[in-house]
Design a protein. Structure first.
Length: 248
């Protein structure tokens, strides 16, 4: 009986050895699978972070090129008590400052319906026609090469909202009305998308808004360049598409 017992005892460790090997291989396989899963999750997280960074950088780039809000010109906005103040408002309390009084009288005398620079030139003979706009002076200069052949009074955008740069005349129309602003204008000429030369504002019935028209000569628009009725009509009739417009 002892002879039968001994083989049995010899078989037991062999069986246990095989089971241990199987279990060890299974554990190694499971550990390898877990490592692969962890690696895959890490790669997905890294990819998501890269995409997020790219989106943030793209949005930042769009913001930098979208506002045309050159802060170097912010001082051009003249101090006003309210946006509705007209050029004919009473002078500042210091009535002894004759310079301020003279300036107010000059602004109030602007004929917002007529030709602000006198008789118009014949631009059909111009060899190098262009338009130059001075935001500091609130003036539009019609030029032939380096020579200014006509000067107009304008009103640019409040808070420096008129874009700075070099543009070209693109299109034109007789009138428009913006329901968001509850204002429109006549004789518009586009120089950059929805940025236009046009008349002083009109209301929903097409009548000129006198309180806005009297602001001519100082920043008052939402980015467009307001002109007298006559000046806007002249640009509409005489300045061809493709003409260079420089605003500074």
């Amino acid at each position: 009986m002892s002879g039968m017992t001994d083989p049995s005892r010899n078989d037991a460790p062999k069986k246990d050895g095989r089971d241990g090997g199987v279990q060890s291989a299974s554990q190694r396989t499971n550990a390898g699978s877990r490592r692969m899963v962890v690696l895959a999750v890490c790669l997905i997280v890294v990819a998501i972070l890269i995409v997020c960074v790219a989106v943030v950088q793209a949005k930042a780039a769009v913001s930098r090129h979208r506002g045309y809000r050159g802060t170097e010109q912010i001082q051009l906005v003249q101090p006003q008590s309210t946006p509705s103040d007209s050029a004919s408002s009473p002078a500042q309390p210091d009535s002894t400052a004759s310079g301020a009084s003279d300036e107010s009288s000059s602004a109030a005398a602007i004929d917002w319906q007529g030709a602000s620079g006198g008789a118009y030139p014949d631009v059909s003979q111009a060899e190098d026609l262009s338009i130059s706009v001075s935001l500091a002076d609130q003036r539009v200069y019609i030029k032939d090469g380096d020579t200014t052949i006509y000067t107009m009074i304008c009103s640019s955008g409040m808070d420096d909202s008129t874009p700075h740069g070099t543009f070209t005349v693109q299109s034109r129309g007789e009138n428009f009305f913006n329901p968001n602003e509850q204002m429109g204008a006549n004789w518009w000429v586009s120089f950059y998308g929805n940025y236009l030369f046009h008349t002083v504002p009109t209301d929903s019935d097409g009548n000129y808004i006198v309180s806005e028209a009297e602001k001519l000569g100082r920043p008052a628009s939402h980015g467009c360049l307001r002109l007298t009725v006559s000046d806007a009509k002249w640009i509409y009739d005489n300045i061809p598409d493709g003409t260079t417009v420089v605003i500074a």
